[in-house]
Design a protein around this ligand. Structure first.
Ligand code: 4AD
Ligand code: MG
Length: 431
């Protein structure tokens, strides 16, 4: 048994592949199938004269029928991947019936058609390549965080209160009419585990009832959230640029074939290493105004502003010290300029938008309580969080990295819905 991705190591040998028929071209007494096995695609050839049984089993075989193929691997520079298989035997495991053919043909389909069949769409080489790149990015992220001395401490998904504003909360009917919400961010919980373990992170699904139907929004997405005790804004911008660089470089090193399948410009990714440019919110507003954007000081940046700013750099750009009024209740304020928060966002290049948001947390009990009240949040639900300021409060900081936005940028995909196996969006929870 050989995986197609390792076919090059078996040139000249007879091997067995287990997979599916991806495509079949018939030309008289020769058949030219393309097989896929999950690790890649491989072209094959069989002649009626030499292997009549294999020829008969393959002739007319329907797309996505499952097959076990025996044959000799040979170098063929014109074939995708550089090798082809000279078939001597075929065992059909399941034949897709002609009466109910595989719905996704090798032609362009509309995206709604494909999303309705996401459970099948993921079989196409492009989609499979994206999911492999996602897995590689996740692996690299865990390795990097581990190497930096951060311990993985998972945050819960059922939560008693909002973290990122009440407008995007999903309410759940918890047991016996108790109210609970799907978590918007694990941050409040990693603040607790950071006080217990020092340097921690959580990585898991987070939920936002986003009414916006943009190419950057999902209702369920994955976030990696580091948090460190005795850490400040600058510690987190440095950690963020290191993390993002490690993820990108690991994909460039270990997923070159998949990047090629996607037609991604690898030269642009190869440049992604620290340091990343840093500009203050004040400077960003100035730069936008100079470029003719109507933004005013105090406005939040939307997709247009982010794209305009990111176009000025070939690496992700870190924007720091946003106006305090714009950011969440838990943000620390700048002691030099109390109208600013000690926050930062990281904006990906090429218009892929915000991939990280974070900063330093409000460490004072009195200020935090006042901000919870100002924000109209339920005080009872935050008593445990206020305990972190009652008992040994220290300066601390962290951030959240959106996995899908980061992977969409690495892959160069237009919409983040393609980089999660089963996307959840405004009007889509099927399949
Ligand atoms: O900027 P956000 O809202 O920050 C937080 O949730 C903080 N509590 C994180 C922290 O400091 N621990 O979200 C962080 C990142 C964004 O930069 C973005 O990449 C991603 O999460 N994100 C989304 N990704 C996909 N779909 C959505 N609806 C997203 N909302 C945020
Ligand atoms: Mg944000």
């Amino acid at each position: 048994m050989v995986a197609i991705e390792h076919a090059d190591q078996h040139a000249g040998r007879t091997v067995v592949l287990r997979g599916w028929l991806y495509n079949l071209r018939e030309s008289g007494k020769l058949l030219f199938p393309i097989f896929r096995d999950g690790t890649g695609v491989m072209q094959g050839v069989v002649s009626q004269k030499d292997y009549p049984d294999a020829f008969a089993a393959l002739k007319g075989l329907t797309q996505e029928s499952s097959v076990i193929v025996t044959g000799k691997v040979q170098a063929e520079p014109r074939a995708p991947g550089g090798y082809e298989i000279h078939i001597s035997g075929i065992e059909v495991v399941q034949r897709v019936p002609e009466s109910d053919p595989y719905p996704i043909q090798l032609k362009e389909h509309g995206v709604d058609f494909l999303l309705d069949r996401r459970h099948l769409w993921i079989r196409t080489p492009r989609q499979a390549a994206i999911l492999r790149i996602r897995a590689e990015a996740v692996r690299a992220a865990h390795n990097f965080m581990d190497g930096q001395g951060y311990t993985l401490t998972e945050a819960p998904i059922f939560t008693p209160a909002a973290c990122e504003g009440t407008t995007t909360l999903f309410e759940v009917n918890y047991i016996d009419d108790q109210k609970a919400y799907l978590t918007q961010s694990g941050q409040l919980y990693v603040e607790a585990t950071a006080m217990a373990l020092g340097k921690v992170y959580t990585f898991g699904p987070t939920f936002r009832a986003e009414k916006s139907k943009t190419r950057r929004h999902l209702t369920e997405f994955w976030m990696l959230e580091p948090e460190a005790a005795y850490a400040h804004l600058d510690d987190m911008t440095a950690l963020g640029e290191g993390l993002v660089s490690a993820m990108v470089q690991s994909v460039v090193r270990n997923r070159a074939r998949e990047l090629q399948t996607l037609g991604r410009d690898v030269a642009k990714l190869a440049k992604i290493e620290p340091p990343f440019p840093r500009i203050s919110y004040d400077e960003a507003v100035q730069a936008l105004q100079n470029a003719g954007n109507p933004v005013k000081w105090g406005d939040d940046f939307g997709g247009d502003e982010e794209t305009l700013l990111s176009k000025q750099f070939d690496k992700p750009v870190i924007i720091h010290r946003y106006p305090a009024a714009m950011k969440a209740f838990y943000m620390a304020t700048d002691p030099v300029r109390p109208d600013l928060s000690l926050s930062f966002d990281m904006i990906a290049p090429e218009g892929f938008g915000e991939i990280i948001g974070g900063g330093e947390r409000q460490a004072s009990y009195e200020t935090l309580l006042a901000r919870i009240r100002e924000a109209g949040l339920p005080e009872e639900a935050f008593q445990w969080y206020l305990d972190l300021r009652r008992y040994g409060s220290v300066p601390h900081a962290g951030f959240g990295l959106g996995l899908e936005r980061t992977v969409a940028w690495i892959c160069g995909t237009e919409h983040i819905r393609e980089v999660i196996p089963f996307p959840r969006m405004l009007y889509r929870v099927y399949p």
